[in-house]
Ligand binder design. Structure first.
Ligand SMILES: [Zn+2]
Length: 248
């Protein structure tokens, strides 16, 4: 019944903008770094995940980061990513705003993806500013524990937002504009605890739109949401695709 209600909201409250968080990618085997027991509970993000740490000792950060980097690049899109791509193709989803850096939405076929925390698509040399595609960075990582810029020898930094770094302003502006224009903001796999993304549902609500949430466990916005479904992102979105009778 609740899937039918969600399908009804998607049909009636267009455009639908989707906001995804780590919960969408955990089903692809990518751990949620911020969860209790996750990476940042075990390791101090200031020592390994911050821009200050990277500037002070990029090799140390890469030794820590490289194994996680390969988990990200070897992961495959799951049912949730595929369902969102199918919903976009069918005209039900306008755009996907994501906190994830893993490129899985794009690899599943989503076309309009706004990456508010950056992504692993490219890495940039802080020395000379040269930018390298992921495939090239993986080649460099295969040869050395730390990817050095072939042009100047500087240690490359992935174009993901580290702690203490500013978010990409263009992506943030677009995310807020999309949230304000949304008839429905569908939040999937995010506890809505990380700012400024946590502010997006308020943007939608204040502009007269509705918010629906699919997440395992509570979120900061549950009491204000029109609909909350507690469950797996993959199963729930696959059921939504079936309820809307969309070809996969
Ligand atoms: Zn360089």
């Amino acid at each position: 019944m609740s899937i039918e209600r969600l399908a009804g909201l998607v049909r009636e409250r267009k455009p639908c903008v989707v906001l995804t968080g780590a919960g969408v990618s955990t089903e692809s085997g990518i751990p949620d770094f911020r969860s209790p027991g996750g990476l940042w509970a075990e390791f101090d993000p200031l020592e390994y995940g911050s821009i200050e740490a990277f500037r002070a000792d990029p090799a140390k950060v890469w030794r820590f980061y490289a194994p996680r980097f390969s988990v990200l690049t070897e992961a495959e899109p799951n049912d949730a990513h595929r369902a969102l791509a199918a919903l976009e193709r069918a005209g039900h989803v306008h755009a996907v705003v994501t906190q994830n850096i893993d490129l899985l939405h794009e690899r599943a076929g989503s076309r309009d993806v706004i990456e508010v925390h950056g992504s692993i698509r490219t890495s940039t040399c802080p020395g000379c500013g040269e930018r390298y595609e992921l495939a090239r960075v993986l080649e460099l990582l295969a040869d050395a524990p730390v990817p050095a810029c072939p042009a100047c020898g500087g240690v490359l930094k992935p174009d993901v937002v580290f702690f203490g770094e500013l978010l990409p302003q263009e992506a943030i502006d677009r995310a807020f504009a999309l949230a304000a224009s949304a008839g429905l903001l569908l939040v999937v796999g995010s506890a809505l605890e990380v700012h400024p993304v946590a502010g997006l549902p308020y943007e939608t609500l204040n502009a007269g739109g509705a918010v629906a949430i699919v997440n395992r466990g509570p979120t900061a916005f549950d009491s204000r949401a029109t609909l909350k479904l507690d469950g797996s992102a993959g199963e729930t979105l696959a059921a939504l695709v079936r309820a809307l009778r969309i070809p996969r």
